[in-house]
Design a protein. Structure first.
Length: 127
């Protein structure tokens, strides 16, 4: 193999490693939702190449309002899916969309984009 072919091979392998690290292994900040005067836990989630924050901690039995602020036009991020709650919501580009739910059981629940590539977690703790 020529030097150019080796360079292309290593660059491609590095790009694959970076994508896998970014989407599957990179640590994400964890945020607890603030409870409003109306007794609703609310958190804003920015979407720009991923969910930020991607891990949200809430209390069991208290209504949760997640406000998704989609700041991109990628087709991957045009939908958010909470499979355990039966929620699938379209997210218009450059707009905010609210998803409301009330978690009844403790546990960790995943939410993803429609393609399953962008992932987040909703961690539900006891009251």
């Amino acid at each position: 193999m020529s030097t150019t072919e080796w360079l292309v091979l290593f660059t491609g392998a590095g790009a694959i490693a970076w994508v896998n690290w970014y989407f599957f292994l990179a640590a994400r900040a964890q945020v607890s939702a603030a409870t409003s005067a109306a007794g609703v836990q609310e958190i804003d989630i920015r979407i720009d190449g991923g969910y930020s924050p991607a891990t949200i901690r809430v209390k069991r039995g208290v209504p949760v309002r997640l406000v998704f602020d989609r700041q991109e036009r990628s087709s991957c991020s045009e939908e958010v899916v909470f499979g355990d709650f039966g929620i699938r919501r379209f997210l218009p580009a450059l707009e905010k969309t609210t998803v409301e739910l009330t978690p009844k059981d403790e546990g960790t629940y995943e939410f993803t984009c429609g393609m399953g590539m962008m992932k987040g977690q909703l961690i539900v703790d006891g009251e």
